[in-house]
Design a protein around this ligand. Structure first.
Ligand code: GLN
Length: 456
């Protein structure tokens, strides 16, 4: 804990931590020491971690990187962070992210972007750590914690993991409680660990997961000992390579990495087969209807009354002006865009054309995966991202769709509720880490992590 606190003090340039909690860290580290002395050794005992700002942490600023939640210190602790605390983990502070987890580069944060500790060889350009869990990824990659929590609605654990050479798993929808995590798109959101290795991810996921009566979508299933399932034996496993993920314009480096990954799994005894997930091309458009629709509803609660910031009012302003002024000042441009898109696709005249249609597409995407698994595939191997980390400012252009295209390989499994892991497999010609992604069957995170372990 001390070593991490010192490292954090020297790493302000990465802008990874947005609220530091050294007193809490030292107190919890001392409590962990005491537990160890008493012969108690819970799984995460004394392990210093960072927590994404999206998690409500009791008495500690929890702002979802938004100005509208400025000064919000929840009176309660999210179930996931409580589970980690109970397992002995030590919170070092809250980590940067895109505002309300909307983004793929951390650039929509009210605190400014987090910075990737990696640089291209011979080039000093600052790179994005990805998003929305960019602070988590940067902190793990730069040794500013041993592990961090992330959340993944459409790739926000896996894409930043791929951009920083770290490991991230988005569990099956319902594996981790969403209670106390600021909602973005409730039917897609899942929490998961971001770590330095597959083994660490297995240990931390077990500590985070479990049924919670406070989240009706949390599954009442026993949580396996994921670490014990890491045998590295994947002989006879069937790995599917989805042909629809070979998109136009895919860089050679990504294609090469993907092929190498398949060869490595084959060498470890897996059978690699081509598969088809025919509705893949509709995933991104469906996601960018469903996620904003749910967000527009979830974010209605930030009204200037119940939480955080309320704008100054003029004489004669009524409640409508109070809502308008507070929301206009409190939400950043990307969040406002999502609220407008979401409100539009849910409006009476367009509901069937957009929202209902996107829901039907979602069912088809889910069925694609079900068919592949029913045909005997155990795990699906795909790229995590269409490129390595890009420069800050490079894609924050006038066209937001350019940023949305970053999510092309990640949103599919959120729509289907499936678990997915991203892990570093190689580097590109500029020395940047490159990640691959594996997608598993529902509730088979153990099998998924074990296949990732064989590739690590
Ligand atoms: N980049 C995606 C979005 O902006 C995913 C975000 C996430 O997974 N939280 O919606």
């Amino acid at each position: 804990t001390q070593a991490c606190l010192t490292a954090i003090e020297g790493a302000d340039a990465l802008n990874a931590y947005v609220h530091k909690t050294p007193e809490i860290a030292l107190e919890r580290a001392a409590a962990a020491d005491a537990r160890l002395k008493e012969g108690e050794a819970p799984a995460m005992c004394g392990l210093p971690i960072g927590v994404k700002d999206l998690f409500c942490t009791q008495g500690v600023d929890s702002q979802a990187a938004s100005n509208i939640l400025q000064g919000f210190k929840p009176e309660y602790e999210s179930t996931v962070t409580q589970n980690l605390k109970d397992a002995g983990a030590v919170m070092l502070g809250k980590l940067n992210m895109d505002e309300f987890a909307m983004g793929s580069s951390n650039e929509s944060s009210a605190y400014g972007a987090a910075v990737n500790p990696w640089k291209r060889e011979g080039d000093d350009t600052q790179l994005t750590p990805g998003g929305s869990s960019g602070g988590s990824a940067a902190a793990v990659a730069a040794d500013l914690c041993l592990a961090a929590t992330g959340t993944d609605t459409g790739g926000s654990i896996r894409q930043p993991a791929a951009f920083t050479g770290t490991v991230g798993i988005k569990p099956t929808y319902g594996r981790c409680s969403r209670w106390g995590i600021v909602s973005y798109a409730s039917s897609l959101d899942q929490a998961g660990p971001m770590t330095k290795s597959v083994r660490d991810a297995a240990i931390m996921l077990e500590a985070m997961a479990g049924h919670d009566a406070k989240d009706s979508t949390s599954a009442d299933l026993a949580v396996p000992n994921f670490e014990a399932l890491l045998t590295g034996d994947i002989r006879g496993k069937k790995v599917g390579i989805p042909r629809e993920y070979r998109v136009d314009g895919m860089p050679d480096s990504v294609e090469r990495l993907w092929n190498e990954g398949a060869e490595m799994l084959k060498a470890a005894g897996a059978e690699v087969v081509d598969i088809s997930l025919p509705h893949t091309e509709y995933a991104l458009p469906a996601y960018y209807v469903i996620a904003p629709a749910e967000a527009s509803s979830n974010l209605a609660r930030y009204d200037g009354v119940r939480y955080g910031q309320r704008s100054a009012l003029d004489a004669g302003d009524g409640i409508t002006e109070m809502y308008e002024k507070s929301r206009a000042a409190g939400f950043g441009p990307e969040v406002q865009r999502r609220i407008m898109i979401g409100t539009y696709v849910l409006s009476a005249g367009f509901y069937d054309a957009y929202y209902n249609r996107a829901r039907k597409v979602r069912s088809l995407i889910k069925k694609d995966f079900e068919d592949a698994f029913a045909a005997g595939v155990d795990v699906i191997l795909a790229p995590a991202t269409p490129s390595a980390a890009f420069g800050l400012g490079e894609k924050a252009s006038a066209d937001p769709v350019e940023m949305y295209l970053m999510d092309i390989f990640t949103v599919t499994l959120n729509l289907a509720g499936l678990p997915g892991v991203a892990l570093p497999v190689g580097t590109n010609s500029q020395g940047l880490p490159m990640g691959l992604q594996m997608i598993g069957k529902p509730w088979e995170e153990g099998d998924l992590l074990n296949t990732a372990y064989a590739l690590e």
